[in-house]
Write a protein that binds this ligand. Structure first.
Ligand code: GLN
Length: 498
């Protein structure tokens, strides 16, 4: 059951081979046993989970189960959960019990999914390694001396270690795709506006988007189907007819190959220097496999992609400095114990509540928005953002999806980049342009690097092409077994889930 797909879990629950309470217990016991070594969870609420599972069992017994009813889940701790601690990885919110549910959380509750807990993350989703959490670093299940990626590292590590079969995340500049790649799981970030940001603690609002982690593209699609949908409480939520993102994956393959006629664009700039040799080898092998499935590859160009990192770090920090001004020590969250007056209360609460990386970003963001610098930095960055989106638009005239590496390297050692923020920011080189353009993208496992660490392949699609992206990855996973490889946890064997 630990390694079962969501479809297999659905069948097991509906035929009463296992109850939701038994399934939740199985995974809760695994969390208890393995999480002390991984630190993937900030909160685990056994009692609440078992009560939710009992409700799911009652619903299944009446024959009214939906695709996710009774299946265990974890939420990144960026999502507000009513009555449950919601920290966003920060000391600032270390005492914050949310009075309401995020839209994503309420949708998954309505679907009958069972929340086991809240996963560890970089503070306010700022980071690429999960070392910025107030709750300590998350460890990569493939090698506990390495980072799991970030900022949704807890969710990625939890799914990789099978502490939970599926988990939510958020992706502002790569935080679903990059940890999925570094932990050897599948992760999708949909088109901006597909998943409501209501109750998702804001980092950079014009880039933030909820996403899904699972072992496979099919599992991610099941979770995404339940998470997405219009929500009038988010002004950027898109009012579109509901769609089944797995519809293409469910279709029979034609006789000429499952991906016959698919044009995969390879951006020249992604395959230039910067990619580690082992990542390059695994990426090339994946592309060869895609060709064997009937796809053809064409070279495309994203001439402004190299400007994505500077543009992103101006825009994201500007928005963060504004979003984080709400944490003032007055309304909720951390409040300094001793202060002289109101001004002192603000200063001390923020000085004590925020970590170093968050402070760095608030400072830079405030600077680029200030009088005299706004035109020089913020406005320029917004212009670059438009150019980057136009690059993708022209590339999609020549191809159906774009492929490349998700991360330039496999997981690095904990501590290796903590003293060099610019080095850390560069690890997002392949993921960030996608957020600036608002496009959907996923990462799926495609092999292992030099140290036996997972490598992820990124697939980027045009707006609203989630069904196509998941179908492409699904066809790949039907004919390969990288996604079935599992790390060896203490006292367990590594190897294949099949
Ligand atoms: N690593 C990027 C950052 O630090 C992206 C993080 C994210 O997607 N939340 O901003």
């Amino acid at each position: 059951m630990i390694h079962a797909s969501l479809t297999e879990l659905r069948a097991a629950l509906d035929t009463q081979r296992i109850s939701s309470v038994e399934l939740a217990t199985l995974f809760l016991d695994r969390i208890e046993r393995h999480d002390p070594a991984l630190n993937a969870f900030i909160t685990v609420d056994r009692e609440r989970a078992l009560a939710e599972a009992a409700n799911a069992d009652a619903r299944i017994a009446t024959g009214e189960s939906g695709p996710l009813t009774g299946i265990p889940l974890a939420h990144k701790d960026v999502f507000c959960t009513e009555g449950v601690l919601t920290t966003c990885g920060s000391k600032m919110l270390s005492n914050f019990v949310s009075p309401y549910d995020a839209h994503v959380v309420s949708r998954l509750k309505a679907a009958g999914a069972v929340t086991l807990g809240k996963t560890n993350m970089d503070e306010f989703a700022m980071g690429s390694s999960n070392e910025n959490s107030h709750y300590g670093p998350v460890r990569n299940p493939w090698d506990p001396a390495r980072v799991p990626g970030g900022s949704s590292g807890g969710s990625a590590a939890a799914v990789a270690a099978r502490l939970v079969p599926m988990a939510t995340g958020t992706d502002t500049g790569g935080s679903v795709r990059q940890p999925a790649a570094l932990c050897g799981v599948t992760g999708i970030k949909p088109t901006y506006g597909v998943v409501s940001r209501y109750g998702m603690i804001a980092y950079a609002s014009s880039l933030d988007q909820g996403g899904a982690f699972g072992a496979t593209a099919a599992d991610c699609g099941m979770l995404l189907n339940a998470m997405s949908g219009f929500d009038p409480r988010d002004s950027t939520s898109l009012d579109r007819p509901a769609e089944d993102v797995l519809r293409e994956a469910r279709r029979e393959a034609g006789t000429t190959g499952p991906l016959a006629g698919l044009r995969i664009g390879l951006p020249r700039e992604f395959f230039a220097e910067g990619m580690a040799d082992d990542v390059r080898a695994a990426t090339e092998a994946a592309l060869t496999h895609y060709r064997s499935l009937g796809a053809q590859t064409v070279e495309v160009t994203l001439p402004n992609a190299r400007l994505a990192i500077p543009a992103y770090y101006v825009i994201a920090m500007a928005e963060a400095s504004s979003n984080l001004s709400r944490f003032d020590g007055v309304r909720y969250g951390h409040r300094a114990e001793h202060y002289a007056d109101l001004d002192d209360l603000y200063r001390k609460s923020r000085a004590e509540g925020f970590g170093a990386e968050v402070k760095r970003r608030i400072l830079v963001g405030t600077y680029v928005l200030s009088h005299g610098y706004y035109d020089a930095y913020y406005l320029q960055a917004q212009k670059l953002r438009r150019l980057i989106a136009e690059d993708f638009r022209s590339a999609f005239d020549q191809c159906d999806v774009i492929a490349g590496p998700t991360s330039p390297t496999t997981a690095w050692a904990i501590g290796a980049k903590t003293d060099d923020p610019v080095q850390m920011y560069l690890s997002d080189i392949y993921t960030i342009a996608v957020n600036l353009a608002g496009l959907p993208a996923l990462s799926h496992p495609c092999g292992f690097g030099a140290d036996g660490l997972p490598v992820g392949l990124q697939l980027i699609g045009n707006y609203f092409s989630e069904a196509r992206l998941l179908n492409v990855a699904h066809r790949y996973q039907q004919s390969t077994d990288w996604h079935l490889q599992r790390p060896a946890l203490a006292g367990e064997e590594s190897g294949s889930a099949r």
